[in-house]
Design a protein around this ligand. Structure first.
Ligand code: SF4
Length: 233
């Protein structure tokens, strides 16, 4: 595993647990509005030093008893083939594990679930299914997104779906298509877009790319019939 960021303490990233957040290096999506752009590349950059797995494990050993959970975020953690071994290692230190994922690797999610190596999953839903190819120039198979959704909807783990609401990838019409895609989900969170932490010039500093409070409330109303709970973050 290769990491590019550690947030030492969080009360909001792992439901019900005090946690730290690990940012793995590398992502296969390169979303146009990515707010974690320092983590997207697998390479070292001036803004993002590489943090090795032994460094992370030392950090976690020192936190045992102070925090309850570890959020493995990114980047896209499931791209790392040794993620199962890493999850097992941090579980053996006594921590619960939450996985943040973009859903492009259902095979890894299935393995982690099957081997009881994760305790909670948060999966991003970027846009409606047919719009997925527009969010990035990178090639990926949108069918994988559907497979990951099905795994979570039908699996034993607590989970949430979440969407960062960015125009034009989200609108009043396609939010209902997303609702249909995740129909029956326990928890769905709509996240306000923060244009201040984005590198792409089309989105950085562009408040028009986000939704105001009234618009977010309308999106929430439109998707509520499809899920058990929808909230705005
Ligand atoms: S999936 Fe997340 S980390 Fe990867 S490019 Fe998109 S927003 Fe950035």
């Amino acid at each position: 595993m290769i990491f590019g960021a550690i947030r030492k303490f969080s009360t909001i990233d792992f439901p019900g647990k005090l946690a730290c957040v690990l940012g793995t290096k590398g992502c296969n999506m390169h979303c146009h509005w990515c707010h974690n752009y320092d983590l997207v590349s697998f390479e070292f950059s001036a803004n993002c030093r590489i943090i090795t797995e032994p460094e992370v494990l030392e950090f976690l050993k020192a936190r045992a008893g102070f925090i309850e959970g570890v959020v493995i975020s990114g980047g896209e953690p499931t791209l790392h083939g040794d993620l199962p071994e890493f999850c097992s290692e941090i579980q053996s230190l006594g921590f619960a594990v939450k996985l943040d994922t973009n859903g492009t690797n259902p095979e890894m999610i299935q393995r982690l679930m099957h081997e009881h190596l994760i305790d909670y999953v948060a999966m991003d839903i970027k846009t409606d299914f047919h719009n997925y190819p527009t969010i990035t120039k990178n090639k990926f198979d949108p069918e994988k997104i559907k497979q990951s959704i099905e795994l979570l909807l039908n699996g034993p783990l607590p989970y949430e779906f979440r969407t960062t609401c960015v125009k034009p990838f989200i609108d009043k019409a396609n939010i209902e298509k997303i609702g249909a895609l995740i129909r029956g989900a326990d928890h769905y969170y709509l996240q306000k877009f923060d244009h201040t932490h984005v590198q792409n010039r089309d989105y950085a500093g562009n408040p028009d790319a986000g939704f105001d409070d009234a618009e977010m409330a309308e999106l929430c109303c439109r998707v509520e019939p499809y899920v058990a709970e929808c909230r705005i973050r």
